[in-house]
Design a protein. Structure first.
Length: 67
């Protein structure tokens, strides 16, 4: 079995649908197995969020994220 890691914009509905198709075809989601990996993921996520905020790309109304 092969393993892949994906990075994508969580607001992109097309990629979410593609991932659902992969799950339908038999793919499984593997949880990160180490605290170090989880810490790295959180740090990257926060870095991205703050970069978007400072660049003016952050949305001002969170309700529009799920519209």
């Amino acid at each position: 079995m092969a393993t892949i890691t994906l990075e994508y914009d969580g607001r992109n509905s097309a990629i979410k649908q593609l991932i659902q198709v992969l799950f339908t075809l038999g793919a499984k989601e593997a949880a990160p197995n180490t605290k170090e990996t989880q810490t790295k993921m959180v740090k990257e996520s926060l870095t991205t969020a703050f970069d978007e905020l400072y660049a003016g790309k952050a949305r001002k109304n969170a309700r529009n994220l799920f519209a």
